[in-house]
Design a protein around this ligand. Structure first.
Ligand code: C5P
Length: 473
C-alpha cells in the first residue's frame, strides 16, 4: 500500500488534525490512519474536534476575563500562597493559566492549581498535548502579564542567565509581555551576592519585583527579608501593571527625585552611611513614571534595580548628589526622599588610615550641602513644588513643621523612623503630610511604601489641577 502523505489540506483541517492527534497522543499520520480505518469500517464520517479560532484557542474562557495572566509557580514553601493568588487574580477579572515547575509540584499539585484557575495547568516543556503547536510560546505571548510567584533564587538565576531548560524558564525567555516577580527565599539566599546580582540584572531587563517582605520564615527561628509578598499585594501590583494607566495624571510633567543614603568617604575603604534602603524614593519614582511623568531619580548607593521608565543616576556622596540634582533642573516637581549624610570628613585619607598609638584618627567633620534647602531657596529654576521628607524618631509633628519653615519647601512628608516602627528598611510606612500655609497635617494610615508612593503622586497631581493652585507659581 502507498505511504500516507498529508498535503493540500486547509489550514483549519490541519489544525484540527494536529489537535486531535495531540489529544490522543498519536502522530498526525497515525491519527489520519485511525480516521481512515474508522471511516472504512463504519462507512460513516468521523467527527472532527471543533476547530478553535485563533483567538479562542488559547483562552476558552476569555470572554469573561478582562486580562489574561500566565502564573508561573516556582518550587518553594510559599507555593501554597500562589493558590490563593489565583483566587485574588480571578476576583480582579483575570483569567489565570498556571505553569508549575518540577519543584513546585513537590509543594502544590497541578490539580489544585487547575481546579482553582478553572483552566488547564501546564508542567512539561515536552508535553505533546500542549507542545504540538509550540505551547510554551503561546503561554508566553498570548497573555497580558506573566507573574512568577514564588520566584525562587534558582528561577531568577535562570532568568538572569537566559536559560530555558524547562517550561517555566522557556516561557520567561520567550515572553514579550511584562513579567512580575514575587521573590521568596531564605534571607541568606536573598542576601547572597549571586542573588543580588541576578536581581539587579533582572531590574535592568525590565522585570518588575513585588517584595520580598521582611518576616518569619518557614524555617524555625528564622526571620528576615525573603518572605513572599502577600497574594493580595501581588494581585494589586499585577492589576497596576495590567490596567493601562487610565489617568496619566502627571503627563507632561518633569519630576526630580532623590533617594537612598549617601556614602561619605573616610578613606578609600571606609565611609559614613545610614540605614536608608531607598525603597520609598524608588517607589515614588516608579509611581511618577506610571503616572506619565518624565522622571529623573538621583540615587545614593542602594540595593534596588532601576525603576522602569525612570532615568536613574547613581551617585555616592552628598556633593555629587547636589551636582546631579542641579544638572537635572528645571523640573515641575522635586521630591527629596534621600537620607543625605549631614556631615562628611573634610580631611578624608587618600590612603587607608592606620590605627595609631595616640588613639582616634584626626577626622575633621564639615557639614554637607543641604540639597533640599538649596533647591527650595533657588531664585531661578525653583521647581513649583518642592517636597522634603522628615525621618524623625520623636516629636514628629513639631520637627516637621520646623523643617518646612527652615528648608523653604512646600510640603514635608514626615514619618516616625524610630526602630520600633520598622519603617527604615521595611516595606510599609505611615506618613503625615505637612503643607506650607496649612495648620493641620494630612495623616495617612500605615500602608505599603508602594501605596504611599501612588497616593503621594495622586495628591501631587491634585495640586496641579486647575481647581487648586500651588504655592509657588
Ligand atoms: O535635615 P534633615 O536631614 O532631617 O532633612 C530631611 C530632608 O532634607 C529630606 O527631604 C532630605 O532628602 C533633605 N536633605 C537634603 N540634603 C541634606 C540633608 C537633608 O536634601 N544634606
Amino acid at each position: 500500500m502507498a505511504s500516507l502523505t498529508v498535503r493540500k489540506l486547509d489550514d483549519d483541517i490541519k489544525t484540527a488534525l494536529k489537535l486531535r492527534a495531540a489529544q490522543s497522543g498519536r502522530s498526525v499520520e497515525d491519527e489520519v490512519r485511525v480516521i481512515l480505518r474508522q471511516a472504512a469500517s463504519q462507512g460513516e464520517t468521523v467527527p472532527m474536534p471543533p476547530i478553535p479560532s485563533a483567538s479562542e484557542a488559547p483562552h476558552p474562557q476569555q470572554g469573561h476575563a478582562r486580562y489574561r495572566v500566565t502564573l508561573i509557580i516556582g518550587g518553594g514553601i510559599a507555593a501554597y500562597k500562589a493558590l490563593d493568588l489565583i483566587r485574588r487574580l480571578k476576583e480582579r477579572g483575570c483569567e489565570v493559566r498556571c505553569v508549575l515547575t518540577r519543584a513546585a509540584e513537590k509543594f502544590v499539585t497541578a490539580l489544585s492549581a487547575s481546579a482553582l484557575a478553572g483552566t488547564r495547568c501546564y508542567t512539561d516543556l515536552f508535553d505533546p498535548q500542549s507542545e504540538f503547536d509550540a505551547g510554551h510560546i503561546r503561554l508566553a505571548r498570548q497573555c497580558d502579564l506573566v507573574v512568577v510567584a514564588p520566584a525562587t533564587a534558582d528561577l531568577m538565576a535562570k532568568m538572569a542567565q537566559g536559560l530555558a531548560d524547562d517550561l517555566a524558564s522557556a516561557i520567561l525567555l520567550a515572553t514579550d509581555r511584562p513579567v512580575l516577580l514575587a521573590p521568596a527565599m531564605n534571607p541568606a539566599m536573598w542576601n547572597n551576592a549571586a542573588t543580588q546580582r541576578n536581581v539587579a540584572q533582572l531590574g535592568r531587563d525590565g522585570r518588575i519585583l513585588v517584595g520580598p517582605n521582611r518576616g518569619e520564615m518557614a524555617e524555625a527561628n528564622e526571620a528576615g527579608l525573603g518572605r513572599m509578598a502577600e497574594p493580595l499585594e501581588i494581585a494589586t501590583r499585577a492589576l497596576d501593571i495590567l490596567q493601562p494607566a487610565q489617568t496619566q495624571v502627571l503627563k507632561g510633567r518633569r519630576v526630580l527625585i532623590t533617594a537612598g543614603p549617601t556614602h561619605e568617604l573616610i578613606d578609600p575603604v571606609r565611609y559614613i552611611a545610614n540605614r536608608s534602603s531607598g525603597k520609598q524614593g524608588y517607589a515614588i519614582a516608579a509611581a511618577a513614571a506610571a503616572a506619565g511623568a518624565e522622571v529623573v531619580l538621583v540615587s545614593g548607593p542602594v540595593n534596588l534595580p532601576d525603576p522602569q521608565g525612570v532615568k536613574t543616576i547613581r551617585v555616592e556622596a552628598a556633593r555629587e548628589m547636589l551636582a546631579e540634582v542641579e544638572r537635572a533642573l528645571p523640573a515641575d516637581i522635586a521630591i527629596f526622599a534621600a537620607a543625605v549624610a549631614d556631615w562628611r570628613v573634610a580631611n578624608a585619607g587618600a590612603q587607608k588610615i592606620k590605627k595609631t598609638a595616640t588613639g582616634m584618627p584626626p577626622l575633621e567633620m564639615v557639614e554637607n550641602p543641604d540639597i533640599l534647602a538649596t533647591v527650595a531657596k533657588r531664585t531661578s529654576n525653583r521647581p513649583p513644588l518642592v517636597i522634603g521628607f522628615a525621618a524623625e524618631t520623636e516629636h514628629v509633628a513639631d520637627n516637621a513643621a520646623a523643617k518646612l519653615a527652615r528648608k523653604g519647601c512646600d510640603w514635608i512628608v514626615a514619618n516616625d523612623v524610630s526602630p520600633a516602627t520598622g519603617i527604615m528598611g521595611g516595606d510599609s510606612n505611615a506618613v503625615q503630610i505637612f503643607m506650607k500655609d496649612r495648620s493641620a497635617p494630612e495623616s495617612w494610615p500605615a500602608m505599603s511604601k508602594d501605596d504611599v508612593a501612588t497616593r503621594l503622586i495622586a495628591r501631587i497631581a491634585q495640586t496641579f489641577s486647575p481647581t487648586e493652585s500651588i504655592s509657588h507659581p
